[in-house]
Design a protein around this ligand. Structure first.
Ligand SMILES: *[C@@H]1O[C@H](CO)[C@@H](O)[C@H](O)[C@H]1NC(C)=O
Ligand SMILES: *[C@@H]1O[C@H](CO)[C@@H](O)[C@H](O)[C@H]1NC(C)=O
Ligand SMILES: [Zn+2]
Length: 584
């Protein structure tokens, strides 16, 4: 029986009418005969008993099925777009900075590494449905803040805007509207939980650099109160007071304490506590897990760190299981946003080995979401897209060559190795001598770079003296130099260290047909609110009203942070290029 047949479609109990009606007609015919005349023969009698029994059994079976499935079925409304009634879950996935070229490179790399046939596809590939145009109001090339505002509010805004509009007023988000409607909500990322993409769902500030304010709003010091039930990721430093080591806050407020004491959060910050969540079966909401001061390490590095940090897939599974359990007895399901945040960072760093492993980690998390939906008895949809592309890479390069073995030989990201170099230089500095005149120390450093970083870390055995010298000459750019050494050998070209305006892909599970084809990014946002059937405009109205009347009893200053300069907006998309510590 096709799930969309009117049979299961709406109200339970009475919803079995069509088949029942056909059955009624049969039995009416029979009973008509029965009333008129006594059964003429045994055959007729047994046929009647048989049909009656069948009708009883079928009706009972249908009632059981209707009770089991009743709330999950969809009513086709206008043939094309169908909106479910009853309980449902929505999982929205973002691959920050992932463009079509990173996909081609990753697919090909995976085939090479696993000796798979050339038609082997990623889990993502099997759910490709369309593409999205990404420009913002301030630029043809968007940043993650304007990109995520398009998803969260369904509206275009300027680069750097965290769910704020060009007139500097807040716009309600799909997560906030979902929370108000009774859904449970979650955010899972591999970068700071205060970074632009997650911030756009649960906070409102005029420029993305206001991460201290974003942290406060995310835990509940927000015009609407606490709107998030689960947060997993990095960015702990924005929650710790400036008197603590590992803090990056400007003030002395302890947001982890505020979260626990005032807003009731359960707070964890390490792998052991993450393991005790048992992939979600032992979670108490609200839960905030911040596993790194800043970013969770790149997948290529993380997997060599004794599992100190959870992977995106582990966090995604934990979040889905926890939210499903918490909504088990609720009429509403959950809304969860999962972001592979650092595909973008690997793009900024032009580091192909780090990027393919980030995309593969995302693909595994993506597969776990599909698996969850397949096994869930609650109606659910997954939509996945990117905010923009970063770096724009072309596996073709000048000679149409592509050497995936080069990437397979790399065991660490370039930024990690640059960090090792910084540490090494810090530890071996001899202030009694001038480095320029210290030939033996120069030779030692060259040997360390070649043997420990280039040969072991990058898997490159044929580094030239010029390449090593380039690292020694400009240590702050070591990360770019390492990435460039790998890219050249693999014959991968990068056009920029920044974002590009290329259309990005949209992926979706069953039920996401409305997003087939080419769309503006705000149409993805529209899909999210339509699927959940929530009133985002009512949230906007409430935010606007509260921002003028309530202006800050708990907070000194403005709810939404300072007004950005034109330069701050112009450079929003280069945020990481300028501030990413390893690139400096
Ligand atoms: C820490 O924050 C307080 C305000 O809460 C400020 O007065 C102080 O200067 C800050 N200290 C540092 C080292 O930034
Ligand atoms: C990869 O590493 C192996 C082992 O060190 C080496 O023999 C091979 O030449 C490397 N390949 C490339 C393309 O760097
Ligand atoms: Zn970026």
């Amino acid at each position: 029986m096709a799930p969309n047949e009117p049979l299961f479609a709406g109200r339970r109990g009475s919803s079995i009418h069509s088949e029942e009606r056909a059955e009624d007609e049969d039995t009416a015919l029979l009973s008509g005969q029965k009333v008129a005349t006594a059964p003429k023969n045994r055959y007729h009698f047994w046929r009647e008993v048989g049909l009656f029994t069948w009708a009883v059994v079928a009706t009972a079976a249908l009632i059981v099925l209707a009770v089991l499935l009743g709330q999950q079925q969809t009513i086709p409304q206008d043939g094309k777009s169908s909106k479910p009634t009853g309980k449902r879950n929505l999982i929205f996935m973002v691959s920050d900075g992932m463009g079509p070229a990173s996909l081609s490179m990753t697919r090909s790399f995976r085939q090479f590494q696993g000796t798979l046939p050339f038609n082997d596809a990623l889990a993502l590939d099997q759910h490709f449905i369309g593409s999205s145009r990404t420009r913002s109001t301030s630029s043809y090339v968007t940043d993650s803040a304007a990109g995520a505002t398009a998803f969260s509010c369904g509206l275009k805004s300027y680069n750097g805007a965290i769910s704020m509009l060009p007139d500097l007023t807040p716009c309600g988000t799909v997560l906030e509207a979902a929370k108000k409607a009774g859904y449970m909500t979650g955010l899972v990322v591999t970068t700071d939980i205060t970074d632009a993409t997650p911030a756009c769902f649960a906070s409102h500030v005029r420029i993305r650099s206001e991460e201290d304010l974003i942290a406060q709003q995310e835990v509940g010091e927000h015009p609407l109160g606490r709107v998030v039930d689960l947060m997993l990721g990095g960015g702990r430093c924005h929650f710790l007071p400036n008197t603590t080591t590992g803090s990056c806050r400007e003030d002395g407020r302890d947001i982890t304490k505020l979260a626990q004491d005032i807003f009731g959060w359960n707070y964890i910050d390490n792998r052991e506590d993450f393991d005790s969540l048992k992939l979600g079966s032992a979670v108490k909401l609200p839960l905030m897990g911040l596993f790194a001061e800043h970013d969770i390490p790149y997948e290529i590095d993380r997997r060599n760190m004794n599992d100190k940090y959870p992977s995106l897939e582990e966090m995604a599974r934990t979040a889905m299981n926890a939210l499903a359990a918490a909504t088990q007895d609720s009429e509403k399901g959950f809304f969860l946003m999962i972001e592979a945040s650092r595909i973008d960072h690997a793009g900024h760093g032009n580091d192909p080995a780090a990027q393919v492993n980030e995309v593969l980690g995302y693909d595994r998390a993506f597969a776990s979401v599909i698996e969850f939906l397949d096994n869930s008895d609650v109606e659910g949809v997954m939509v996945a897209t990117s905010d923009h592309e970063t770096g724009e890479l072309h596996p073709e390069y000048p000679h149409y060559g592509w050497y995936p073995q080069v990437l397979a030989n790399v065991s660490h990201s370039s930024s990690y190795l640059a960090g090792q170099l910084r540490l090494h230089i810090g530890q071996t500095v001899d202030h009694s001598k001038n480095f320029e005149d210290d030939e033996s120390r120069k030779a030692d450093l060259a040997k360390y770079i070649n043997e420990e970083l280039v040969q072991k870390g990058l898997g490159i055995q044929d580094a030239t003296a010029e390449e090593i010298q380039r690292v020694i000459d400009v240590p702050p750019l070591a990360s770019y130099t390492f990435a460039d050494m790998v890219s050249r050998r693999a014959q991968i070209g990068w056009s920029t260290h920044g974002h590009s305006a290329v259309d990005v892909n949209i992926y979706g599970s069953k039920g996401s047909d409305a997003l087939r084809g080419n769309h503006e990014n705000i149409e993805v946002g529209e899909f999210l609110r339509t699927y959940l059937d929530v009133d985002v405009q009512a949230v906007t109205d409430e935010l606007v009203e509260k921002s003028t009347t309530l202006r800050s009893s708990a907070i000194s200053g403005d709810w939404f942070g300072h007004i950005p300069t034109e330069e701050e907006i112009r450079f929003a998309s280069m945020h990481y290029e300028r501030l990413y510590p390893d690139a400096l």
